[in-house]
Design a protein around this ligand. Structure first.
Ligand SMILES: [Zn+2]
Length: 397
């Protein structure tokens, strides 16, 4: 799921309604929390949700709120409850859930239904909210053609209102065909590492040609500008560039083709240049642009083939345990991921590849894979092995 935030511009009447809904949701939330505290044994969300009709009888003003909005409060309560349990599990001292006092309740949610976007063609479109009305909203085009799953209305301390719109992204997979997924980590030592255990060394030509390139560039700088020799040397440099580019593209075409042919869903890291320390500026630029190109090649090939490439959030992929989700700090020199929480011990890049896949799937399906085992490994095609140093099927475990 992807969510977008848009400004809402209610008129006075609408704002009054919005504030009323907020307060009624707060009331229902608190009532459910009271009910929860009375429950014995395992907390039961449905039981709380089923208490709403009774509440409505006693408090008829609740009828003025779209019923699913009230029901959603039971999810909010249980989500808070889970958050609390998580903190507890991590060894934090936690109390109980608190009742929400007036003014502390800032959001309510329309889930699945009760809302509609009405395009006006003007500067503001309209967000229709059942039992509230049509509120002015300023949207950008990003939501076009996407299926909206949920609308959360939020009031900030400043008094401004926003709509958080959650959209679903579907994975185009043929009927009856199970989608094959892969996560890819990109790095300096290993150009790519994927969840099936394939690791590809950084192509040697980068280093080799890079040295040569520097040499002939230095020669160029010593020649007199505009002279015959200068022109000749300039052509040499351009040719060298061309050669590097061709070799690189050739390699990247083969590599991206391999992934698109073999997988339906490919998650890669959104490029994170900060991770590239301890190499020279030029080499860094080179690596950076080659990864960018790899992602581009993957994307357009996938689009043609009706498959999906997703660029996942790169923040801290190497520091997160894919299995239990906890943070496991390590410096660049540490090549093995050893998780003190769940005992997982695998190659550092291998773990990152899993985190990338998990994040990619979370973004698209709104759910991660808590239990995930890699599929069987097809060996990399020989032409890729030939153009670079490759260790096919060499498990980094
Ligand atoms: Zn772990």
């Amino acid at each position: 799921m992807i969510s977008y935030k848009f400004g809402l511009y209610p008129n006075q009447e609408q704002e009054k309604r919005l504030l009323e809904v907020l307060d009624r949701c707060r009331f229902v939330y608190n009532q459910m929390l009271e009910g929860l505290n009375k429950q014995e044994g395992k907390p039961n969300r449905l039981e709380l949700q089923n208490s709403i009709p009774e509440l409505k009888e006693k408090h008829p003003e609740l009828e003025e709120v779209y019923s699913k909005v009230l029901q959603y409060e039971s999810y909010r309560l249980f989500s808070n409850l889970r958050g609390l349990a998580r903190l507890k599990k991590n060894g934090k001292k936690v109390g109980k859930l608190r009742f929400k006092s007036k003014g502390w309740f800032k959001t309510f949610t329309y889930n699945q239904s009760g809302f509609k976007i009405i395009e006006t063609g003007k500067r503001h479109d309209l967000l229709h909210l059942s039992k509230i009305g049509d509120i002015k909203i300023r949207m950008h085009r990003t939501v076009e053609g996407k299926k909206i799953k949920q609308v959360t209305i939020k009031r900030y301390c400043s008094g401004k209102w926003y709509a958080l719109i959650c959209c679903e992204q579907t994975i185009p997979v043929k009927k009856g065909v199970e989608k094959k997924v892969v996560g890819i980590d990109m790095g300096i030592i290993h150009y790519v590492t994927d969840i099936c255990g394939r690791q590809i060394e950084n192509p040697l030509y980068l280093n080799k040609y890079f040295k040569n390139l520097r040499k002939i560039q230095r020669k160029l700088s010593k020649k007199k500008k505009g002279s015959n020799n200068y022109q000749k040397q300039k052509i040499r440099v351009a040719k060298m560039y061309e050669r590097i580019k061709n070799q690189r593209d050739d390699f990247l075409h083969k590599l991206s083709r391999f992934y698109v042919q073999n997988y339906d869903f490919i998650a890669v890291e959104k490029l994170n240049v900060n991770g590239l320390i301890r190499i020279s500026y030029n080499a860094r630029n080179m690596m950076d642009s080659s990864w960018k190109r790899f992602t581009q090649f993957l994307s357009y090939k996938a689009e043609r083939a009706g498959k999906t490439v997703l660029e996942a959030d790169p923040g801290g992929t190497s520091q997160e345990c894919y299995k239990c989700g906890k943070e496991v700090k390590k410096s660049l020199a540490v090549r093995t991921h050893k998780c003190p929480y769940c005992g997982l011990e695998i190659g550092r890049d291998y773990n990152s590849a899993f985190v990338v896949l998990k994040r990619g799937l979370e973004e698209v399906l709104g759910q991660g894979l808590s239990e995930f085992t890699p599929g069987e490994t097809e060996p990399l095609p020989r032409e890729i092995s030939a153009s670079s140093v490759v260790e096919p099927g060499n498990s980094p475990r």
